[in-house]
Design a protein around this ligand. Sequence first.
Ligand SMILES: *[C@@H]1O[C@H](CO)[C@@H](O)[C@H](O)[C@H]1NC(C)=O
Ligand SMILES: *[C@@H]1O[C@H](CO)[C@@H](O)[C@H](O)[C@H]1NC(C)=O
Ligand SMILES: *[C@@H]1O[C@H](CO)[C@@H](O)[C@H](O)[C@H]1NC(C)=O
Length: 339
Amino acid sequence: MAHRCIVLVLLVLGVWVFGATARAIEDMSMRVKFDQWIIEYGRFYNDAAEKEKRFQIFKDNYEYIESFNKAGKYSYSLSLNNFADMTDDEVDLSHPCAEGNSERQKSTTGSFRYADVNDIPDEINWVTKGAVTNAKNQGKCGSCTAFSAVAAIEGITQIKTGNLNPLSAQQIVDCDTSGLGCNGGWLSNAFNYVINNGGIASEVNYTYKGVAGACQANETLYLTASINGYEFVPPNNETALMQAVANQPVSISICGRGKNFKRYGGGLFEGPCDDCVSHAMTVVGYGTYYDDYDNEYWLLKNSYGERWGDNGFMYIKRNVETFDRGLCSLAHEPVYPTK
Ligand SMILES: *[C@@H]1O[C@H](CO)[C@@H](O)[C@H](O)[C@H]1NC(C)=O
Ligand SMILES: *[C@@H]1O[C@H](CO)[C@@H](O)[C@H](O)[C@H]1NC(C)=O
Ligand SMILES: *[C@@H]1O[C@H](CO)[C@@H](O)[C@H](O)[C@H]1NC(C)=O
């Protein structure tokens, strides 16, 4: 009897050791992945405790992303990006783009010059038309509205003049006193600043720093582009948004709070998404995937770097019937500069 007992003990011990070893190997390979990610993204942690904390978050994100992609239930994938060592709340807190006070934008609603444009193409892509610069990275600064406004100004400038020049988001962060520096801002105010300032400098002449600083716009600053005004697209109307985007890239507010939104890695984004206004992006095209579902999409430019999404861009479902405001509220308050 004693003999058997020992065998059993050994067996249990064996299974336990095997399990523990498997877990240790798994843990080790996850740590290798984390170290590779740290090198790729140039992360630096102050101490071992911080690194361990970041490792646990990385591991959670990695496992979530892997199981999401394996399940293959959605028309998009997720990827380990710049946010892989951050929780969702941390991403929201470090990118405080909230356009909380959206009334401030709508109070100036006026004319919509594209209302009567009925001859609009089935698809348009301002990227391939050469009116869009590469996706920028706002870093840990709530400058999404500055980047969105700049992308829309770059677009209308290229359409009107033929010149495509990356423009200065930093100038808006530093100089638009109605904005909140790195703590958010309003698209219409960003356009107002550029109108009142008589123009905006190029990125090379007023480079992005990712922190709010003193305004460097003075007589010596060369203003590369200018606009005359801005107009709102009628709210919650994706047909009207199409009329506008057929003519130029358009700035939008959007709900960027969802977990999958932050970790989007390409494909057609279809939510889940809330109705909120927490982020700004720029619509730079639309079209239809002529597949089994004939899914209609918007093409959006983001400011989370080129390794987010599809080279920094996102395909998101257009005309989703269950969302009056457009998926992720994207059609809630679109606005574009005029020239
Ligand atoms: C959407 O906007 C267009 C003008 O661009 C207008 O003709 C149409 O009536 C609007 N639709 C709704 C539902 O308000
Ligand atoms: C940068 O500024 C200089 C003048 O300081 C100007 O000549 C040049 O055209 C500017 N570059 C761009 C790309 O706007
Ligand atoms: C004017 O702006 C330039 C950068 O564009 C800066 O180097 C210079 O210090 C500014 N001058 C003043 C007087 O603020």
